[in-house]
Design a protein around this ligand. Structure first.
Ligand code: GLC
Length: 753
């Protein structure tokens, strides 16, 4: 080989060496793990994650979470994966103390969700959701574990206060606005509890047996509406089983319906300790097993195949063994990890927005935030209160200076944690407030410059008054007020919806005493769910449903009673005459020995039942009075025909006039009745609502647009929504039973969806 050739070879060798070295350097750069930076980095991070890391990520970091929150996820620092913070709840940010016994984090206790839906006004929901989102940010929360959208199937449901309504359309509409608005603040939400979680009795074991039609038309639509219209970052799977399969491992609802049909692309987390079998949960589409530690009756599992088919505690070791044994698929694990990474990159923690949050010592909101929260609480609370009865316009107060207040619920005794008002419900929806921020009924009346003679007269009226005391109170005051309270909580259903005989006696005695003086008696209900009213309402001139109105409750009640605010709330739930009228009567809470509850009433829940079966309630769904009056006129439809083969909107308009003496708000409700369906259907179903403000004499035109889904029923044989041809009636009302105008149209052609 000549010298020239050798030179060429050496040159080639040198070039190769330089290239190889460069490549190796590049490779060595690439061997640095790819950090999680954004959506585009996820696949590389997935490749970098070891199996040990993956099985860590899908299990929460334990309860309680850091600094007292409900929970958090695990971090993988080498890949830039932070732990994110999950905190309750639907009525305000709920964070405990830094350690057991340490002071909890104070936040605004907003009104209970039932009051929010009683506003029938998404604008009020937006105000609360925006303020709550900001409070969540102040405490460094990434996902707010709310809203709860389970249907109030039975008035004794322990968490009904925490839910919105007996109707899925009202529930879905309010939840959608809550989710959209909270997420606009940059905080995620967790719509819960998916699905058919409608009782507290044996909630972690009970099997809800629900017809496909009832599931589709009653228990799922609120989730469906919110998932499609507001895209919640997460969904929380429920404790109970649905038709024999625990919700946390129910592939039909978690993957088949939620993801494949509705297009949900977020993360599913379980309720706390709800997962019975972590392998089955991951395979079904439950991505994150919360809270991560183990608390259950089951023995701590040894590793081993046979255990995967039984209930077993979540642990990374168990999941790793399940992967190695081929019991848990890599695809299922990867899908869950991927969903978690997609969630994490959305969070303020990941974006570095919480760098200055003082998780350790912060126990109060900033003054500005706290002031805003209190203001929003007071405004929204008065918008959701429902004037159920108002004989001869006894309210608002006229010429009233002194008010006689009776009832043990009005007692303020901080030593016995009696706040003189019930501000919210119990359990994970409870908010930690500073008692001095709570405005009791009596304080609220005094703040409004009323003198209050409370029946306590310095002594603790535990229950009731003597006739004499009643007469004295009536003689020495201008009007009487009985304050009835009821508490309810997560973890237990209510025993009954009865009034105590001594409460009825108190109302009766005071009614007689005040009427003897030519004066009035008002009853204010401080409750989270319906109670019996028919057996005493005749004694009361007016009844105001104040719900559990949050920490500003006393001021909000005074605002309505005084007329500073004209009440405009409407019932989101029926008040039946008696419990035995309730459609689920006899099937709630079900067979608690065999842990099965049959939803035998099917689609006939709430007003769908009372209307159709013609059972008169004490106060119907959608009912609520005002200090003014409204007239309805000129109901018009954009067409007398609706082509079922299309999905074009049918426009509906109605004019509403304030014919009374003061400004006020009216909730115009739109119901649809299907006259000819082959499928049996409820007599009417809510398909639209709008709240409008009108000055005296003012008229506004309200318009609705309904689509084919609003005419449809779910045909469980065809397994789809179908609108049948035939005559439909549009009913426009001020309540489900106070229908003001009707109009008919024909559904023509064939629904070919
Ligand atoms: C509770 C509740 C759920 C809550 C979670 C965390 O058991 O069912 O609504 O978000 O645990 O506190």
């Amino acid at each position: 080989m000549g010298k020239g050739n050798i030179k060429v070879l050496i040159t080639i060798l040198i070039c190769w060496l330089i290239l190889a070295n460069a490549t190796r350097t590049k490779a060595s750069i690439n061997t640095q793990p790819m950090k999680l930076t954004d959506e585009a980095s996820i696949e590389n991070v997935m490749k970098s994650l070891t199996i040990d890391e993956k099985v860590q990520l899908v299990i929460g970091a334990g309860y309680p979470g850091p600094n007292g929150v409900a929970g958090s996820t695990r971090s993988i620092p080498r890949l830039g994966i932070p732990s994110i913070i999950l905190s309750d709840g639907p009525a305000g940010v709920r964070i405990g103390g830094l350690f057991a016994g340490a002071p909890p984090r104070i936040a605004t206790a907003f009104p209970i969700p039932s009051l929010l839906s009683a506003t029938w006004d998404v604008k009020q929901m937006q105000k609360v959701a925006k303020t709550m989102g900001k409070e969540a940010r102040e405490y460094g929360v990434d996902v707010l574990l709310a809203p709860g959208v389970n249907i109030q199937r039975d008035p004794l449901g322990g968490r009904n206060f925490e839910y919105y309504s007996e109707d899925p359309f009202l529930t879905g509409s309010m939840a959608t606005e809550f989710i959209r608005t909270v997420q606009e603040t940059g905080v995620g939400t967790s719509i819960k509890h998916y699905a058919a979680n409608n009782q507290e009795t044996n909630r972690t074991k009970i099997n809800a047996v629900v017809s496909k039609r009832a599931l589709r038309e009653i228990y799922l639509p609120a989730f469906e509406m919110a998932v499609k219209q507001a895209k919640p970052w997460t969904v929380m799977s429920a404790y109970n089983a649905v038709n024999g399969v625990f919700a946390t491992q129910n592939r039909t609802i978690l993957t088949g319906i939620l993801r494949d049909e509705w297009g949900f692309d977020g993360l599913v987390m379980s309720d706390w300790w709800a997962v019975k079998n972590p392998v089955a949960a991951l395979e079904a589409g439950n991505d994150l097993i919360m809270p991560g530690d183990y608390r259950g009756p089951l023995p701590m599992p040894e590793l081993g195949k046979e255990l995967y088919t039984k209930s077993s505690a979540p642990s990374p070791e168990l999941l790793k063994a399940a992967i190695q044994d081929g019991i848990l698929s890599k695809e299922a694990l990867d899908s869950s990890v991927r969903n978690l990474l997609k969630l994490i990159i959305k969070t303020p923690t990941f974006k570095g927005e919480y760098k200055n949050v003082d998780y350790q010592t912060k126990t109060t909101l900033s003054k500005k935030t706290a002031k805003k929260g209190a203001r929003v609480n007071r405004e929204v609370a008065s918008e959701g209160m429902v004037l159920m009865k108002n004989e001869k316009k006894s309210l608002p107060f006229k010429g009233v200076k002194k008010i006689g207040v009776a009832g043990e619920n009005a007692v303020v005794d901080l030593a016995q944690s009696k706040l003189g008002i019930i501000i919210g419900g119990g359990g994970s929806a409870e908010v930690n407030v500073d008692p001095k921020n709570v405005v009791s009924l009596v304080q609220g009346l005094k703040n409004a410059d009323y003198a209050v003679v409370d029946s306590i007269n310095g002594k603790k009226v535990i229950e009731g008054l003597s006739k004499n005391e009643a007469v004295n109170l009536a003689k020495n005051t201008d009007i009487g007020l009985v304050f009835i309270g009821r508490q309810s909580t997560e973890g237990a259903d209510r025993p009954d919806m009865s009034m105590k005989p001594v409460e009825i006696q108190l109302i009766k005695d005071l009614s007689e005493a005040y009427h003897a003086e030519g004066k009035k008696l008002v009853v204010v209900l401080n409750i989270g769910a319906p109670i019996e009213v028919a057996n005493w309402s005749d004694y009361a001139d007016s009844i105001l449903l104040a719900w559990q109105p949050g920490q500003e409750g006393g001021n909000a009640i005074a605002d309505v009673l005084s007329g500073r605010v004209n009440p405009s709330g409407k019932l989101p739930v029926t008040f039946p005459v008696k419990y035995s009228d309730v459609p689920s009567y006899g099937n709630f809470p079900g067979d608690t020995v065999n842990n099965v509850v049959h939803y035998t009433e099917g689609i006939y829940v709430g007003y769908r039942y009372y209307d159709t079966k013609k059972i008169n309630p004490a106060y119907p769904f959608g009912h609520g009075l005002s200090y003014t009056d409204f007239a309805y006129s000129n109901l018009k439809l954009s067409s007398a025909k609706y082509l079922l083969s299309k999905n074009e909107p049918l426009s509906i308009s109605i004019e509403v006039t304030n014919i009374g003496p003061v400004s006020g708000k009216e909730v115009v409700q739109l119901y649809i009745h299907d006259q000819n369906s082959k499928l049996e259907r409820p007599f009417k179903e809510l398909k639209g609502f709008k709240k409008i403000f009108l000055k005296p004499g003012q008229t506004k035109k309200v318009t609705f647009a309904i689509d084919k889904r609003a005419l449809s029923a779910f045909d469980d044989k065809l397994n789809k929504w179908i609108a049948e041809p035939g005559k439909f009636t549009v009913l426009i009302g001020s309540s489900s039973q106070d229908i003001k105008q009707e109009a008919e149209f024909m559904g023509v052609g064939k629904d070919v969806n």
